[in-house]
Design a protein around this ligand. Structure first.
Ligand code: NAD
Length: 323
């Protein structure tokens, strides 16, 4: 049985040969990290995303203490489509109980993930939030362990993720060329923070595919606002709240504007948005199609950029001291 799929722009992901949808499905909300999500809704959300042309799904054992992987696995299985019709990324090294980037743990981790996802392989296995581990261990132990998993067919490609942009250059300058296929950056290519932009030529020169996550700045750029645990400063939170309020007063949605902004640079292969309901999928896919059709609302974008100017590129600390 096949599901009729709408057309969506596909972009090449570095040198992997993969073609990922410009908007990717972030499955962290399926782990109920932004609020409870029932299994039936999780399955329906994954189905709607696939139906709308999204072919790229991202999760981690960390999200909801393995719940996200289980929910995504159920959603993908229910599609009943060939495995090659979708691209799945999961991660290793970060767990509810803490960080462990040892070769032994990540080797065990992929088997656990595959079982929860009900898959034989993943397309991408990322080292998750490497700034919380020793970057030298990532280079000398974790990535070689992942290369072994690649040879065994458990993952097709290898990635690294984290918040500080300096982690990517640190690792990519030290590993043999081609041993890291992709990077996943988050909260650095959005209306309030676009610092990833300056790193794109370097990443391209390394032949590394770029995935950018959290265009809504993990809820900062939404009408409902961020979850309790959000690490932004009170100043950044209140500026984003003002920007969302401004859009609302004009009858516009900040989520649409924010997503369209992040999608605007084709050097970024896929923009991962966390989605937990069919209506969010519909709304976000409509934003993509509108961008392809009539383009962005430049007037509202300028107004929002002016509101966010005092906090532009403000981020928050993440990780351990590497010295
Ligand atoms: P996000 O910026 O995508 O925001 C997600 C929040 O916005 C959720 O609460 C979601 O329900 C809500 N939302 C989505 N569409 C909406 C709409 N149209 N209207 C109102 N609210 C809407 O943040 P995120 O989920 O943290 O990031 C996206 C994905 O990227 C994650 O799910 C995860 O897969 C990945 N990610 C990875 C890392 C990492 O590897 N370190 C870090 C962050 C994100």
């Amino acid at each position: 049985m096949s599901i009729p799929q709408a057309k969506m722009e596909l972009r090449p992901l570095g040198n992997t040969g993969l073609k990922v949808s410009s908007i990717g499905f972030g499955a962290s909300p399926l782990g109920s990290v932004f609020g409870p999500v029932a299994e039936v809704d999780a399955v329906a959300t994954v189905r709607e995303a696939f139906r709308q042309g999204i072919n790229f799904f991202d999760t981690s054992p960390y999200y909801g203490g393995t719940l996200s992987e289980k929910m995504l696995g159920k959603g993908l299985k229910a599609l009943q489509v060939p495995r090659s019709d979708y691209i799945v990324a999961t991660k290793c090294g970060r767990y509810q109980e803490g960080f462990d980037f040892s070769a032994e743990r990540v080797t065990k981790s992929i088997d656990e993930s595959l079982e929860r996802l009900q898959l034989d392989y993943v397309d991408i296995l990322h080292c998750h939030d490497i700034e919380f581990g020793s970057l030298d261990q990532i280079v000398s132990e974790t990535i070689p362990a992942l290369q072994k998993l690649k040879r065994e067919g458990k993952t097709r490609f290898i990635g690294i993720t984290g918040l500080p942009l300096s982690i990517f250059t640190y690792v990519l300058d030290r590993v043999p060329p081609g041993s890291v296929d992709v990077i996943l950056s988050y909260c650095h290519y959005g209306v309030n923070d676009s610092t990833l932009f300056d790193l794109l030529p370097y990443l391209k020169s390394k032949g590394v595919g770029v995935i950018s996550a959290s265009p809504l700045a993990m809820g900062l750029l939404t009408e409902q606002g961020p979850p309790e645990w959000h690490p932004a400063s009170p100043e950044l939170k209140s500026a984003c709240k003002a920007a969302a309020g401004h859009c609302k007063s004009k009858g516009k949605k900040i989520t649409k504007l924010a997503l369209q902004y992040s999608l605007g640079n084709k050097e970024v292969s896929s923009v991962l948005v966390g989605m937990s309901s069919v209506s969010q999928v519909e709304e976000n896919v409509a934003a993509v199609r509108e961008l392809e059709g009539v383009g962005m609302d430049q007037e509202t974008l300028s107004e929002v950029e002016a509101i966010l100017e005092p906090v532009k590129n403000q981020t928050w600390p993440s990780g351990i001291d590497q010295n």
